[in-house]
Design a protein around this ligand. Structure first.
Ligand SMILES: Cc1ncc(COP(=O)(O)O)c(C=O)c1O
Length: 442
């Protein structure tokens, strides 16, 4: 294609190989977005679409917010790029400082990346290097969880627990194992908030400790609330139990807060909501409101200090050309200011009950076998159509888009996570549209 694509008409030969997309299917019947503001997108034809997913779990302050737009414009005209290897620029230091201020106590160090996947791989590498720096190089194992999603790079793919994301890509990283997931429909269907049953699934970690010897395990990584694999809320007591086991065996606990960070659960970070503090945590997405790609790993001070005890010279041979990119830092500062001005990092608390009631009002709608929620996130799980898993939810997604509502689906699970500026009438509209869509889907 050497002429500009005529969007909306013929994309069948388009050059863009789209990620996590059925390209042939999509290009025959594209869904395009051309503009965004606040809670809404608009299609190229000018049709308004209510954003029920904060883009892709990232636009927590809503779209095209003025402070963020202005900050990026100013920065791109002032200094487009500067390196952070053996060099620095003030805005990267300033942004890290501001992030540390909203982090749990004792997390005053921030390592910048460009995405959630890079944050995860960075965190895993920091964990391994930390043990080695302290003379425990035998701790090389990394433990993830079934149905975990930690991005698509080799480390995150390995500790992730989604078969479809792994099966095409060879044996991956050595020394990785998984504990079981916490999904338990039989006991926990239609739970509101944290389910009552399943804390004991954390004991799986003890099983792996017994199997591998805990002194070989470097880190355990979990999402506090698993997002991409269908919103799995941790059973009461589960995260506490994981924390205890890790502490007892000297294993680092990594929370992947790429989705749960920046207000999604009514607190700046999930660790505060659940009262369980990890040793490192990964972020991305909401860190810049999705405006400029960025991620960050937050590291406990004691870990950082361990690196600073070694011989003079580079303490960690790791980093990206764009770690601390000036535009991303500018977007991040504009984002934090917007969050602060509007109380968005805690706003979900005041909406959670309304959101939960609206979501659970879909109980009894045809196909719905579970509804689960936490903060401003909900999953509506559908009974798969016999012989065609995922088809029913996908059709619901297409119909919802046609009805002017953006939802997200994974297998037969519909996930909703609107921008944190969402108002009650928009919540009503979201669930009303979904009810109508589910009544129509066969
Ligand atoms: C928990 C979690 N970790 C990592 C990632 C990967 O982030 P990215 O797509 O920015 O690489 C995601 C993306 O959805 C995620 O939800």
């Amino acid at each position: 294609m050497n002429k500009r694509a005529d969007f909306g008409s013929d994309l069948e030969q388009a050059a863009f190989w789209m990620p996590f997309t059925a390209n042939r299917q999509f290009k025959k019947a594209p869904r395009l977005l051309a503009r965004a503001e606040g809670m809404y997108y608009w299609t190229p034809e000018g049709r308004q679409v209510l954003d029920g997913t904060a883009g892709l779990w990232c636009v927590n302050a809503g779209h095209c917010r003025p402070k963020i737009v202005e900050a990026v414009k100013r920065q791109v005209a002032t200094m487009d790029f500067a390196p952070t290897f053996q060099m620095g620029h003030p805005i990267a230091f300033e942004f890290a400082e501001r992030l540390a201020r909203i982090a749990p106590e004792g997390f005053s160090r921030v390592f910048f990346t460009n995405s959630g996947s890079e944050s995860v791989d960075s965190a895993l590498k920091i964990a391994l290097a930390y043990h080695r720096a302290r003379g425990e190089a035998q701790r090389f194992r990394l433990i993830g969880r079934e149905r975990g999603y930690h991005g698509v790079n080799f480390g995150g793919m390995a500790v992730g627990g989604l078969q479809a994301n792994k099966k095409m890509f060879g044996p991956g990283v050595a020394g990785v194992d998984h504990i079981r997931h916490t999904h338990d429909l039989a006991r926990n269907a239609f739970s509101r908030g944290q389910p009552a049953h399943g804390a004991e699934y954390a004991e799986e970690l003890e099983r792996l400790c017994a199997l591998h010897d805990p002194s070989t395990i470097a880190a355990v990584i979990v999402e506090p609330v698993a997002g991409s694999a269908g919103v799995l809320v941790p059973p009461k007591g589960y995260l506490e139990r994981l924390r205890e086991i890790c502490t007892r065996h000297g294993i680092l606990l990594i929370f992947d807060e790429v989705i749960t960070g920046f207000g999604r659960l009514g607190h700046p970070f999930a660790s505060r909501r659940f009262g369980v503090v990890p040793d490192l945590f990964t972020t991305a997405k909401g860190i810049t409101n999705g405006t400029v790609p960025m991620g960050a790993v937050f590291v406990k001070d004691s870990l950082y200090e361990a690196f600073m005890q070694g011989p003079d010279g580079i303490e960690l041979f790791h980093g990206y050309t764009y770690s601390g990119h000036p535009l991303a830092c500018a977007a991040g500062i504009g984002t934090l200011e917007t969050y602060e001005d509007e109380g968005l990092l805690t706003r979900a608390q005041s909406l959670e009950k309304y959101w939960e009631d609206a979501a659970h009002s879909l109980k009894g709608t045809q196909h719905v076998i579970d509804i689960r929620n936490c903060g401003l996130v909900v999953a509506i799980e559908l009974e798969p159509r016999p012989g065609a898993p995922g088809r029913r939810a996908y059709e619901a997604f297409v119909k919802a888009f046609e009805a002017g509502v953006l939802i997200r689906v994974t297998a037969d699970i519909i996930a909703l996570s609107p921008p944190l500026i969402v108002e009650k009438p928009q919540i009503d509209r979201l669930f009303q549209s979904l009810r109508e869509v589910l009544q129509e889907v066969a």
